[in-house]
Design a protein around this ligand. Structure first.
Ligand SMILES: Nc1ncnc2c1ncn2[C@@H]1O[C@H](COP(=O)(O)OP(=O)(O)OP(=O)(O)O)[C@@H](O)[C@H]1O
Ligand SMILES: [Mg+2]
Length: 165
């Protein structure tokens, strides 16, 4: 659920839901079921509905242990496939972290689903460099959290978590 702030209209949850759900189907993306907007005394709220992923997120899965090296390799490869798919569709996630990767278990295989696109940026296709564009913070906030190096950091974090946990 997210409060709609007029100054952050361009990054409201409703926009995220529309952005994600207009993408073609991809096995490593968590699509929304629905999005509702509630008007209350204190303001307007967007309420996005996802299916419940009972395996939880990637960090929880890694912490549980007993994930084989092959399964970890498969999870990482699938996350990279999901990120590549987003990039091919002009979307930079900018909040990638293990909490935002939900897990489905199918037999012995784990299928990661990338979620929480709240501060993602739809790239301006007229801009030549995705990197210059991805440096722009959500709304008016320039935030080092969104630096493109964060994606390299995220991948390294997953690899190191997978080794340590
Ligand atoms: N559909 C879902 N099924 C199962 N667990 C979920 C689902 N959506 C979110 N979670 C889990 O609920 C917790 C809270 O999620 P939430 O997105 O609010 O916070 P976060 O991922 O920790 O941080 P951020 O707000 O930066 O995304 C996280 O552990 C997340 O993995
Ligand atoms: Mg999250």
């Amino acid at each position: 659920m997210a409060k709609v702030k007029p100054e952050l209209e361009s990054v409201r949850l409703k926009k995220e839901v529309e952005m994600v759900n207009q993408l073609p189907p991809h096995p490593n993306i968590a699509y929304y079921e629905e999005c509702y907007t509630f008007k209350e005394m204190l303001g307007e709220y967007d309420f996005g509905v996802l299916q419940y992923y009972e395996e939880g997120n990637l960090l929880q899965l890694l912490k549980k242990g007993n994930i084989s090296l092959e399964q970890k390799q498969s999870i990482l490869t699938q996350i990279l496939a999901g990120l590549q798919f987003l990039h091919e569709n002009g979307i930079i996630h900018r909040d990638m972290k293990p909490h935002n990767v939900l897990i489905v278990k199918r037999g012995n295989e784990y299928i990661p689903k990338i979620t929480d696109f709240g501060i993602s940026k739809k790239l301006d296709v007229n801009k030549s460099s995705i990197f210059s564009n991805s440096l722009v913070g959500a709304g008016t906030n320039e935030n080092p959290k969104y630096h493109p190096a964060i994606k390299a950091w995220f991948i390294l974090m997953i690899i190191s978590s997978a080794i340590v946990l």
